[in-house]
Design a protein around this ligand. Structure first.
Ligand code: GDP
Length: 365
């Protein structure tokens, strides 16, 4: 499963958020939240389209698609030099596909702030600096190798030498690797380096309940938004404490509580969807009477590779796919009715699966 690492300074609300995600997932309909390790959790991706599909199909079981969250605690200033459990935490970040950077925007004198003041921009810089410093170490190692090998006239190594030199300069100015402009060949070299600041990131502004109504306009949150606006990164405003309270309620009591808090939906739903979109993931469905299920693929995946997510045999023996948009299926009520109405499309190996497609694969065994 694709995974999102929750990072941030100590005491910003990471664990509260992670536990809320775990609790919310634990009670999602027909889906057992599973904790792989204490700080890893698989969370169902909320999807109103799946909810609508199952109302029409009424299957025996419903399986949402999932995303993995990892609570990466303990990142402190100096981590790149091995402060705290620095190396270990940076290694954890290496293993995730995207980063949810939690920033403290709530004020509460009872909760100590590591730097003794609530300043989202300073906090952000502290974490970014550690990640950047670690990346510079990786780049310097690569540069050294390139220097040695470029002497023999190797083209890739010559390019790597130029690229690493430029990247080190830019990172030294505080730029993350994801902000570098790269040619295709350079991007290939960078991918191999798997830098921490190359990973896609979004920010979670953890606010107090009283700040929720203002959202992105809250004065403290606004500072964070302004700071990251140039990068185009998304900021999700959430109250981790409130989310934890919501997640602890019985599912049937949640809607009322959420409405009373002035929210349209749990903030966690927004957070999960943001992560999903950031990873450039889309969902297709299978809609049988036995099971309705959501499946995750990268945007741009062709039908046989999309089928492989269900089973590798489906890809190997792929013949064709019967495809219908989720809306059309809901309007017509069943795949059979859709077929009768001529709304079932037959697609081949080159078909690029679209978000919301309901797929039925035909294959040889
Ligand atoms: P972590 O170190 O980043 O994992 O932070 P925790 O999740 O353990 O939270 C640290 C403390 O801050 C705990 O006592 C939380 O209850 C508290 N906390 C978390 N979110 C909020 C919030 O939105 N408002 C307030 N007032 N306290 C919060």
């Amino acid at each position: 499963a694709l995974s999102v690492g929750i990072v941030g300074l100590p005491n910003v609300g990471k664990s509260t958020l992670f536990n809320a995600l775990s609790d919310a997932g634990a009670e999602a309909a027909n889906y057992a939240f599973c904790t792989i390790e204490p700080n890893h959790g698989i969370v169902p991706v909320p999807d109103p389209r799946l909810d609508a599909l199952v109302k029409v199909i009424v299957p025996k079981s419903i399986v949402p698609t999932t995303i993995e969250f990892v609570d990466i605690a303990g990142l402190v200033a100096g981590a790149s030099k091995g402060e705290g459990l620095g190396n270990q935490f940076l290694a954890h970040i290496r293993s995730v596909d995207a980063i949810a950077h939690v920033v403290r925007c709530f004020e509460d004198d009872n909760i100590q702030h590591v730097a003794n003041k609530v300043s989202p921009t300073d906090d952000l810089e502290t974490i970014d600096t550690e990640l950047i410093l670690r990346d510079i170490q990786s780049l310097e190692k690569r540069l050294e190798r390139a220097r040695k090998q470029a002497k023999s006239g190797d083209k890739t190594e010559k390019l790597a030498l130029e690229l690493c030199t430029r990247a080190i300069d830019e990172l030294n100015e505080g730029k993350p690797a994801r902000a570098l402009e790269l040619s295709t060949d350079e991007a290939a070299i960078m991918r191999e380096l798997d830098l921490l600041t190359s990973k896609p990131v979004f920010y979670v502004a953890n606010v107090g309940e009283d700040q929720l109504a203002a959202g992105l306009d809250d004065p403290i949150v606004a500072r964070l938004v302004e700071r990251v606006s140039e990068s185009g990164a998304e900021v999700v405003v959430i109250s981790a404490n409130l989310e934890a309270e919501i997640a602890a309620l019985e599912p049937e009591d949640r809607a009322e509580f959420i409405a009373e808090a002035g929210l349209d939906e749990p903030g966690l739903d927004r957070l999960i969807r943001t992560a999903y979109a950031l990873l450039d993931l889309i969902t297709y469905f299978t809609a049988g009477e036995k099971e309705c299920r959501a499946w995750t693929i990268k945007r741009g995946t062709k039908a046989p590779q999309a089928a492989a997510v269900i089973h590798t045999d489906f890809e190997r023996g792929f013949i064709k796919a019967e495809v219908i948009g989720w809306r059309t299926l809901i309007e017509l009520g069943s795949e059979a009715a859709a077929k009768a109405a001529g709304k079932l499309r037959i697609e081949g190996k080159e078909y690029v699966v679209e978000d919301g497609d309901v797929m039925h694969f035909r294959f040889n065994v």
